[in-house]
Design a protein around this ligand. Structure first.
Ligand SMILES: [Zn+2]
Length: 103
């Protein structure tokens, strides 16, 4: 993988499929510039949760989502496995109440 800011942001948003995510995380481990950018992307994603108004999903959507998750146990396991490469990033809460990642 080359330096790709869009892929880094999509990875921070957890919007990549497991193989793409694994490729990005492997690159982040060996590329300090992308690691720093990925940390910044994760900070931005962390702020998104604070600036959006929480909305309760319709009950049918919730049931459908939970059903889909229950039928795809391998997806969760693959995601957790792919995430292990970034466990050296530590999260701390800032004075403003958001979270900041440091390598
Ligand atoms: Zn890079």
């Amino acid at each position: 993988m080359d330096h790709d800011a869009e892929l880094l942001m999509l990875c921070a948003l957890d919007a990549l499929d497991p193989s793409e995510e694994s490729e990005v995380r492997s690159h982040v481990r060996v590329c300090p510039a992308c690691r720093e950018e990925f940390i910044q992307c994760c900070e931005v994603v962390g702020h998104l949760a604070l600036v959006t108004r929480p909305v309760l999903p319709p009950i049918a959507l919730r049931r459908g989502l939970l059903s889909a998750i229950a039928q795809a146990p391998g997806r969760r396991a693959a995601h957790l496995e792919a995430s292990n490469g970034i466990k050296d990033i530590h999260w701390e809460k800032t004075k403003a109440g958001s979270f900041r990642g440091t390598a």
